[in-house]
Design a protein around this ligand. Structure first.
Ligand code: ATP
Ligand code: FE
Length: 371
């Protein structure tokens, strides 16, 4: 099997060709980070235009790099949710055009499932059941993956995701956002004293596995205001003392942000072991999982619980086409795909897009366990 994967759910336009033996034949990611830095956030209409502008080129480059044409493909996989409808549509339209013209089956992919399953491409021993902590710009999910397509949600965020807190903190600290906020905070935090500011750990009194990062975000903003840090002055022009107080805030924020993850993971592992006593692995994926401090801290938690951590390499943690192609392969093997669309499908066809799409069912016992 040779599958083309296309991803346009948020601000990266990505594609890849992957073989069912796990070989990655090619991948291309075109990022809108510079555009976002310039305008200070994602505007759906602008993101849609940016995707539309590059999608043909990204897919063509992906095929060229793999030395393939559409005729060599077995199927096309594309993210259909969750994400911004306007953006998802660009990828889905492209995928259906190719599938229609070349008579290929099409597989609609859940973006967060893809973040989790890409770990199975890297670690061939990773069998179901396993746990996954998925941490990114829009999601904070703790799931138990019992089988392909069979997920139990142990926890989610009640407000902001951790990546959102990284991104806003980076912006308020005047960091260089041409990549994204996460890597900028990670780098600056290495210079800072993580104990210098005592931010409080979110939701300590709630004995469940849900997350909250809105409060921590506010604590960071208040610390920045009280230290009179001016985000208009980029970090590169800040005085030594100004730079070091920004670094202290970054390090203190990161420490508490990750402590919150650690605490929730410990509890989630206990919950999951009740359902699956033979549990061996915990996957950590999504953009924030490319952070080295996050990886090191979670590795310790996971080891203490006698599990093994599986973390995809950073380029497969942030949004990419490989995870979509691979998840397509997993579903295709199980016979889960749609027949080729008609070659003359109109451009205004109403696609099956799922901007809000929960991954699996909620863990019902979670509420009573939390008491
Ligand atoms: P979602 O998967 O929820 O739809 P997304 O698709 O926007 O979100 P991902 O690429 O999965 O994005 O993750 C992007 C997020 O990861 C951003 O918030 C970014 O700041 C964060 N991130 C990336 N690298 C790092 C890092 N080294 N440290 C911390 N955060 C990081
Ligand atoms: Fe993502």
């Amino acid at each position: 099997l040779v599958v083309l994967g296309i991803e346009t759910s948020c601000d990266d336009t990505a594609a890849a060709v992957v073989k069912s033996n796990g070989e990655i034949l090619s991948q291309v990611v075109s990022s809108q980070a510079e555009l976002l830095a310039k305008y200070g956030g994602v505007a759906p209409k602008m993101a849609e235009e940016a995707h539309s502008l590059v999608i043909d080129q990204v897919v063509q480059e992906t095929l060229d790099k793999a030395n393939l044409t559409e005729r060599d493909l077995s199927a096309v996989a594309v993210t259909i949710g969750p994400g911004l409808s306007l953006c998802l549509r660009v990828g889905v339209r492209k995928a259906r055009k190719i599938a229609g013209c070349f008579n290929l089956p099409i597989i609609g992919i859940h973006h967060m499932e893809a973040h989790a399953l890409v770990a199975r491409l890297m670690e061939r021993d990773l069998q179901f059941p396993f746990m996954a902590l998925l941490i990114s710009g829009g999601h904070n999910l703790l799931i138990l993956a019992r089988d392909l397509g069979q997920y139990i949600q142990l926890g989610t965020t009640i407000d902001d995701a951790i990546g959102e807190a990284y991104d806003k903190s980076a912006k308020w600290l005047g960091l260089d956002l041409r990549r994204s906020g996460g890597p900028a905070i990670e780098e600056l935090a290495r210079e800072g004293d993580a104990q210098s500011i005592k931010f409080s750990i979110p939701m300590k009194q709630h004995k469940d596995c849900n997350f909250s990062y809105a409060g921590l975000k506010t604590q960071v903003r208040l610390a920045i205001e009280s230290q009179k840090i001016n985000a208009e002055i980029p970090i590169s022009s800040a005085s030594t003392q100004d730079r070091s107080s920004r670094a202290d805030i970054a390090a203190s924020f990161q420490r508490v942000a990750v402590l919150h993850l650690e605490e929730r993971c410990e509890r989630a592992i206990q919950w999951a072991k009740k359902m699956e006593p033979s549990l061996k692995y915990m996957v950590v994926s999504g953009g924030v999982a490319s952070n080295q401090y996050v990886r090191t801290q979670l590795d310790q938690v996971v080891k203490r619980s006698n599990l093994q951590l599986v973390c995809p390499p950073p380029s497969l943690c942030t949004d990419n086409g490989v995870m979509v192609a691979w998840t397509g392969i997993e579903h295709f093997r199980m016979g889960r795909f749609d027949p080729p669309p008609p070659a003359d499908e109109p451009e205004d066809f109403v696609y099956d897009l799922r901007p809000r799409w929960p991954l699996g069912e909620e863990y019902a016992e979670g509420r009573s366990e939390a008491r």
